[in-house]
Design a protein around this ligand. Structure first.
Ligand code: PMP
Length: 394
């Protein structure tokens, strides 16, 4: 039967990782793969995570099933972390899911059930996995203007020229904070305008919240999500605990839905449970129990917030240092936008030849669209990186 298959396209980021590993140069710099790295180039296990795991080992009494929605304490804490007091929680439902990806998968399946002919609008550009997940769910996709590579900013007027013309058959995928791949984000005032627009047009927001706490802080990064929740009747959120808790391989995230009232929430939730039951039955618990333990314990939570802040501040400092080093070399402000961007990434707006130049000549590896992972910059290599980028951009 397999002879009917043709080879599926490989993952470009994984291919780049392979190339980087094989590059013999000792001064190479990996700005490719999207994981946080510390000043030693490592992706560490956070201290509160280790402590929570230790506690789990000591207190766990069973590995029996938890249920389709997963860990109840995790769900309650994550709803508070994401939604705060922006909306009556009786209108919210949450299902723990395998990562932000699994959450997006569940929510897109739900959209397909609710409105089979809906159009899902993705930002141009967006995380490369959004469209494949939508394709998998059988959803039509379109793109809305988002990033201007010549300025490094959001094309805000063009964005609203599309957003304001949508209707109830449309779903808009918004990055809650820390846009991937661009690093360019909406201001609070722009989020207010997005919320107004959604309320007026009846388009359904699907917010991808994969980097909460990686931008300007936990509540600052939740501003847009909370504004939307407080403005509209219905919304969907895909939360990920991969980056902010450093739990990548544990596959922990959550699919969240907001309905117009508790009865409508129960009905939509029953469909969400039905989707999960027929796909992976129940989510894995390990990552959820770690997050529950941390969020419910004042000391562990404080320690987590401190470590999260350190990761965030390191990325902001590296952005500022890189911009300063580029300015000194180029005598221009062409790359100043890197310091205004937030989250782990910046899209530099360089052509493919420049990306290739940086790799071939200087061992600087970034994604082909010129996305850099800021956390991958070693502190003592900022000047070398600036040299390479300025040379490549010439
Ligand atoms: N959304 C975006 C925008 C992302 O960048 C990522 C991770 N790269 C995810 C969702 C999913 O993350 P995960 O499934 O690892 O939690």
């Amino acid at each position: 039967m397999f002879e009917t298959l043709t080879k599926a396209p490989g993952d470009k980021i994984l291919a780049l990782m392979g190339e980087f590993a094989e590059d013999p140069r000792t001064d190479k710099i990996d700005l490719g793969v999207g994981v946080y790295k510390d000043e030693n180039g490592k992706t560490p296990i956070l201290n509160p995570v280790r402590k929570a795991e230790q506690r789990m080992i000591e207190t766990e009494t069973t590995k029996s099933y938890l249920g389709i929605a997963g860990n109840k304490g995790f769900g309650k804490s994550v709803l508070q972390l994401v939604a705060g007091d922006s909306v009556d929680h009786a209108r919210l439902r949450i299902a723990q899911a395998p990562g932000g990806t699994g959450s997006l998968w569940v929510l897109m399946q739900l959209i397909k059930r609710a409105r089979p002919d809906a159009t899902l609008w993705l930002s141009d550009p967006t995380w490369p996995n959004h469209k494949p997940i939508a394709d998998n769910a059988g959803l039509k996709t379109e793109t809305y203007p988002y990033f201007d590579p010549t300025t490094g900013k959001v094309k805000i007027d063009e964005l609203f020229s599309v957003l304001d013309g949508l209707g109830p058959n449309d779903v808009v995928l918004l990055h809650g904070c820390c846009h991937n791949p661009t690093g360019a984000n909406l201001t609070n005032a722009e989020w207010d305008r997005v919320a107004d627009s959604l309320k007026r047009t009846g388009a359904l927001p699907l917010i991808d919240l994969a980097y909460l706490g990686f931008g300007d802080g936990l509540s600052a990064d939740a501003y847009g999500t909370r504004k939307v929740l407080s403005s509209v009747d219905e919304a969907l959120i895909a939360f990920s605990g991969s980056k902010n808790f450093g739990l990548y391989r544990e596959r922990i995230g959550a699919a969240i839905l907001l309905a117009k009232d508790p009865d409508a929430a129960d009905i939509a939730n029953s469909q969400m449970m039905n989707i999960i039951r027929s796909s992976y039955s129940q989510p894995p618990d390990h990552g959820a129990e770690i997050i529950r333990t941390i969020l419910e314990d004042d000391a562990l939570r404080a320690e987590w917030e401190t470590e999260l802040e350190a990761m965030r501040n390191r990325m902001i400092s590296l952005r500022e240092a890189l911009v300063e080093a580029i300015r000194q070399r180029s005598n221009t402000h062409d790359f100043d936008f890197i310091a205004e961007h937030r989250g782990m990434f910046s899209l530099l707006g360089l052509p493919a030849e420049a990306v290739d130049h940086a790799k071939v000549e200087n061992g600087v590896y970034m994604i082909g669209d010129s996305r850099i992972n800021v956390a991958g910059i070693p502190e003592n290599r900022v000047d070398a990186l600036a040299d390479a980028l300025v040379a490549a951009a010439r």
